[in-house]
Design a protein around this ligand. Structure first.
Ligand SMILES: C[S@@+](CC[C@H](N)C(=O)[O-])C[C@H]1O[C@@H](n2cnc3c(N)ncnc32)[C@H](O)[C@@H]1O
Length: 319
């Protein structure tokens, strides 16, 4: 396993402390321990349409099949950016194996535990020596392309997956990174949670219960408990927020009493009524996504949208 310097302990600790001071925890901390990983996997099992809805599973399979026609090289490397438990990537690997003689897999995630789970899943399809876990904060790894060159030959074509990541990262930070990463002949498949229907806000309201539920609350609160905050010292509030033209689902912890914490030698005071942003998830329509991608010189080459219009998988190209 390779750990990129963006996930070295000192850098990670600094980010956490800065985030707490600003009242906004970077999303990566919600996944960043064995405990958080297990809690998130429970949310995913119970609520991710890709696990609970066969229709959504099938859009991934269709996107994989469509992409196979695009590259016929002998060797290919699948790079799972924010791989999570690697279930989707593993289904893709099974298909890639059928047309390429050499297939490598780089499960890349901010969470070490997540890369281990993905490695285990992918081992059903590939020998372990062809699986190269990489622990990395994608928002802080401008040299990711060079790091990948040390793992697989720069001549090998790469297929990047970026599933479920668009909602959790600031688009204007991550899309330029992806643009730098993609070389001639590489492919990028990404998926986004969509707001169904013609009424954007109405569509986001429809999917709010996928977030405001027992498993998601347990996941978010376990992060706070890990910091030393008791779940009874405030309450979790879910809502919908507009940032420029995009809507996102947010979850804040509102302290109901004064709480003092000491973390990494620094002390923090949260007064009663203070909010701590724990979670956000941008919901797109196909149009808002296409517009945001275009801003960073990407175009949608192929799209698969599920019948409930709540999730889409897109093959994206540089313009
Ligand atoms: C919503 S999950 C998606 C997982 C998987 N791709 C899927 O679709 O099932 C988001 C994943 O991104 C990872 N992640 C969050 N922020 C990240 C960052 N800054 N850099 C790398 N990975 C990150 C999390 O650890 C988590 O595994």
């Amino acid at each position: 396993m390779i750990v990129h310097h963006s996930q070295f302990p000192h850098a990670v600790q600094r980010q956490l402390l800065d985030g707490l001071r600003l009242g906004q925890v970077p999303p990566k901390f919600l996944y960043d321990s064995d405990r958080q990983t297990q809690k998130w996997l429970a949310v995913h099992r119970a609520h991710s349409p890709s696990r609970t809805d066969a229709g959504v599973q099938s859009i991934y399979d269709r996107a994989f099949d469509e992409s196979l026609g695009q590259a016929a090289d002998e060797a290919v490397c699948l790079v799972g950016l924010g791989c999570g438990g690697g279930q989707k990537d593993t289904r893709y690997l099974a298909k890639l194996k059928s047309i390429h003689t050499i297939v490598d897999y780089v499960p890349c995630d901010v969470s070490q535990a997540m890369t281990r789970v993905a490695r285990e899943a992918a081992a059903e399809e590939l020998p372990l020596e062809q699986i190269h876990p990489l622990v990395c904060d994608l928002a802080n790894a401008s040299d990711l392309g060079q790091v990948l060159d040390t793992i697989v030959s720069p001549e090998t074509k790469r297929v990047f997956t970026f599933f479920g990541m668009i909602p959790n990262l600031e688009p204007d930070v991550i899309l330029p990174r992806l643009a730098e990463l993609l070389l001639e002949g590489d492919q990028l498949l990404l998926s986004a949670n969509l707001a169904p229907g013609d009424d954007y806000r109405g569509g986001v309201e429809v999917v709010l219960p996928q977030y405001d539920n027992a498993e998601t609350r347990a996941w978010l609160l376990s992060f706070l408990v890990g910091l030393g905050v008791s779940a009874t010292e405030g309450r979790l509030r879910f809502g919908i927020e507009q940032t420029f033209e995009l809507l996102r689902i947010v979850a804040d912890f509102e302290f109901s009493e004064e709480v003092e914490l000491s973390i990494g030698g620094e002390s923090f005071e949260f007064a009663a009524g203070r909010m701590l942003r724990l979670f956000f998830s941008y919901r797109h329509t196909e149009q808002t996504l296409a517009k945001r991608l275009a801003k960073h010189s990407f175009t949608i080459a192929a799209s698969q949208i599920d019948s409930s219009a709540e999730e889409g998988v897109f093959r994206v190209e540089r313009v």
